[in-house]
Each structure stands twice: as structure tokens, then as C-alpha cells.
Write a protein that binds this ligand. Structure first.
Ligand code: RFL
Ligand code: PHB
Length: 390
């Protein structure tokens, strides 16, 4: 088989890149390790920057997003028994974010791809990347006991943190930066109306909590738990009690409880691999970087990588030049590091760190108190949250 761009991974970055390239007539094949159902069943991000929404529109996959996505013009920070709203829109000249589940983004992109008759091979194993340091790269994989090979012009490694693409880069060619946090997020989805009309990020001495949503009828809540916590230790009752105890009384009183239909724990880490290009292999999204979810940046960074890579490939296939491809890694990393910094800062300010004790808690409260009363500090938060310019 032959294609222009072999894409590893059918998460949001692989699907979005595939859809944008289809729009300019560049053929792709996507190889995915999991089944279609598994990919669509993963519950993850919920907050889209305007630039991400625009790019999904450019890919022709934003009709349902425009109809069902919830525009949010502010968030609240809760601490010391009170919630403080930050009017992000007023502070950024009218910008907002859109609340729309990653599961829905993935479904919209997958349906577009299928309607166009484009190839995605699910349930592949032993995906291997070959000769990407030369002009004729290829990818091999196994399916149903048969080994297949795809020759291509380029390989896009969109296969997430645990994928094969980054691991295929020769040792020594890659510099990695990593920070593990001593906690994770226990997340719950429930068919109940949200506690507030916007998101509430809460700092509490018992630990961080977040009130989010997927729709006016569906809530997404998170609480900070120790890194080694087991999800089986958390009944719904225990979860709702803990959430209540970490929220200001007014917000806690507005939480509607109900049976959860999804419950999982995600570890928190910051990770960056540099550079993001090796010859004809490009790393995209979580394959190259991970941020803790506190800044709501992971999916948005994946989309901004896709934006830069797509621009480079469009220039290349338009017969113009390789300048955009040559600039990909530096451009993407400049934006990545700003989001890594923002996500680390939000995480540090809002979570309970076992080692910093009561001193750390007081410092956080002082920072939060300064933040919510300083227009300059609120503006800095708002600019980063709604998304920095490309
Ligand atoms: P994905 O989504 O991990 O997709 C990678 C795909 O590659 C496949 N794969 C392979 N395929 C073939 N061969 C192999 N060897 C393969 N290895 C892996 C996988 O099966 C998978 O289908 O990466 P992508 O596309 O780069 O997308 C990144 C986003 O998923 C991620 O950054 C966000 O979910 C992060 N995130 C958030 N981001 C936001 O922008 N806003 C948020 O509000 C937000 N909240 C979150 C989050 C992530 C969370 N978790 C669970 C980590 C909340 C949580 C709880
Ligand atoms: C979510 O709704 O899943 C969500 C929202 C905001 C975050 C992280 C996750 O910062």
C-alpha cells in the first residue's frame, strides 16, 4: 500500500490532521491500536479554545459543536469558603471557551472520515516505523495475523504518550523534560444538572476539586486523590461526600447527586520531548507532550500542533517549499512550553501538596486572594485560559 501521510493514532490529533489533509486532497491512512468503540468510549477533555473550535470548523467537523457546545465567558476560583468569578471575556476583549466533550469531537471527526470513505485501520498491533531519516519512510503493522506495509511521504505520530512513535526515535536524538505530581484526579460523569453555569476550580485543605459539565443535564466532577489511589475504593456516596466537603457551602448546596456512569483516575504529569520532528516523522499532541489537566490545555495543544503541521504540509504539497515543515518543531514547542507553564502554575496553586504542609496551603490562599483582587493577575490567567495566539 502507498499513501501520502501515514498517521499513527486515531485520537483527536490524528483524526483532525487526517480531515484537514483530506480537505486539500492529500491522502492519509490512520493506524489505530484500539477498537473504534474503545476510542469513542474514552472520557477526557471538555474545554475547547476558540482556535480549536475554528480548526474543527476548517476541517468541516463543527456543525454539532456549534449547535451543542456551551460557550463559557468565565470561570470561578473557590477558596476560603467563597467562589470568585473571573470574567475572562471582559478581560480578553470578548474571547470565550466552549465546553464540548472530547468524546464528541472524536465522534464528529470519525463520522466525517467514514462519510468520505477514508481509511482507518483499527485493532492493529506491532506498528513499526521505518526509514524516516531518509526520503522513503514506511510503516508496518499486523492485523488478523498478517503483516502489512505502507509506503508514505511522511509519518505523523499522533499516538499519545504511550505510543510507538516517540519510542522509535533513536536514543540521544531526543531530550525529555518531566515532572510527576504526587496525586491524580478521580473523575465522575453523572446525568445530573451542573452545580453552576460555569466551571468552578476549588482549592481546599482536603484537596483540589473541579465542577465541570458536558451539557445542561450532564455533570463532570473531579477530586484530587493520592497518586496510588484505587478507583474501587470510591463508591458514589464517598465521592459526593468528598466533593461537598471541598466546595464553598453555596456551591456544595447546588450540587445534584446521582448515580455515576463513568468513574476513573488519571495521574497528573508534565512532560515535553524535544524536538518534535525527526526527518520525515512528526510528533503531534500527547505523543510529544503531556500537561496536567488543570489548565484544560492538552487537547487544545494537540490541535495547535495539528494547525502548524497542516500549514507545513499544505505548503509542501502546494509545491512551494519545506519551510513550514522545517519550522514545525520550533513553532509548536514555543506554544507548548507556554501551556506547560500555565498548567503547572494552575496545578501548583490549586492542589494540596503533601510535602508543603500548612505553610504551602497559606501561600496558596495568599496567591489566590491576590489573584482574584488584581485585574492584572486575572487578565494573565484569562489570556492563558482562553488560549494564547498562534
Ligand atoms: P490520544 O487522545 O491519546 O490519542 C492517541 C491514539 O493513539 C492510539 N495509539 C496507537 N495506535 C497505533 N499504534 C500504537 N502503538 C498506538 N499507541 C497508541 C491510542 O489508542 C489513541 O487512540 O492523543 P491525542 O490525539 O494527541 O490527543 C490528546 C488529548 O487526548 C489529551 O491531551 C487531552 O485529553 C488532555 N485533557 C484535556 N485537554 C484539554 O485541552 N482540555 C481539557 O479539559 C482536558 N481535560 C484531559 C482532561 C485528559 C484527561 N486524562 C484522562 C488524561 C481531563 C482528563 C481527566
Ligand atoms: C472536563 O470537563 O473534563 C475538564 C474541564 C476543565 C479542566 C479539565 C477537565 O481543566
Amino acid at each position: 500500500m502507498r499513501t501520502r501521510v501515514a498517521i499513527i493514532g486515531s485520537g483527536p490529533s490524528g483524526l483532525l490532521l487526517g480531515q484537514l489533509l483530506a480537505g486539500i486532497g492529500v491522502e492519509t491512512i490512520i493506524l489505530e491500536r484500539s477498537s473504534r468503540e474503545h476510542v469513542l468510549g474514552r472520557v477526557r477533555a471538555g474545554v475547547l479554545e476558540q482556535g480549536t473550535v475554528d480548526l474543527l470548523g476548517e476541517a468541516g467537523a463543527a456543525d454539532r459543536l456549534h449547535a451543542q457546545g456551551l460557550p463559557h465567558e468565565g470561570i470561578s476560583l473557590a477558596f476560603g469558603g467563597r467562589a470568585h468569578r473571573i470574567d475572562m471575556s471582559a478581560l480578553t476583549g470578548g474571547k470565550h471557551v466552549t465546553v464540548y466533550g472530547q468524546t464528541e469531537v472524536t465522534l464528529d471527526l470519525m463520522q466525517k472520515r467514514e462519510a468520505a470513505g477514508l481509511v482507518t485501520v483499527f485493532e492493529t498491533s506491532n506498528v513499526a516505523l521505518h526509514d524516516f531519516d531518509g526520503a522513503s519512510p514506511s510503516v508496518s503493522y499486523d492485523r488478523d495475523g498478517v503483516t502489512h506495509r505502507i509506503d508514505c511521504d511522511f509519518i505523523a505520530g499522533c499516538d499519545g504518550y504511550h505510543g510507538v512513535s516517540r519510542k522509535s526515535v533513536p536514543e540521544g536524538a531526543l531530550k525529555t523534560f518531566e515532572r510527576q505530581y504526587p496525586f491524580g484526579w478521580l473523575g465522575v460523569l453523572a446525568e445530573v444538572p451542573p452545580a453552576d453555569r460555569e466551571l468552578v476550580y476549588a482549592n481546599h485543605e482536603r484537596g483540589f476539586a473541579l465542577c465541570s459539565m458536558r451539557s445542561p443535564q450532564r455533570s463532570r466532577y473531579y477530586v484530587q486523590v493520592p497518586a496510588d489511589e484505587r478507583v474501587e475504593a470510591w463508591s458514589d456516596d464517598r465521592f459526593w461526600d468528598e466533593l461537598h466537603s471541598r466546595l464553598p457551602p453555596q456551591i456544595a448546596a447546588a450540587v445534584t447527586t446521582g448515580p455515576s456512569f463513568e468513574k476513573s483516575i488519571a495521574p497528573l504529569r508534565s512532560f515535553v520531548a524535544e524536538p518534535m520532528r525527526f526527518g520525515r516523522l512528526f510528533l503531534v499532541g500527547d505523543a510529544a507532550h503531556i500537561v496536567p489537566p488543570t489548565g484544560a490545555k492538552g487537547l487544545n495543544l494537540a490541535a495547535s500542533d495539528v494547525r502548524y503541521l497542516f500549514a507545513g504540509l499544505r505548503e509542501f504539497y502546494g509545491g512551494k517549499s519545506e519551510a513550514g515543515l522545517d519550522a514545525y518543531s520550533a513553532k509548536a514547542l514555543a506554544r507548548v512550553w507556554k501551556a506547560v507553564r500555565f498548567s503547572w502554575w494552575m496545578t501548583t496553586m490549586l492542589h494540596r501538596f503533601p510535602e508543603t504542609g500548612e505553610f504551602g496551603q497559606r501561600i496558596q490562599e495568599a496567591e489566590l486572594d491576590y489573584l482574584v483582587h488584581s485585574k492584572a493577575a486575572c487578565t494573565a490567567l484569562a489570556e492563558n485560559y482562553v488560549g494564547l495566539p498562534y
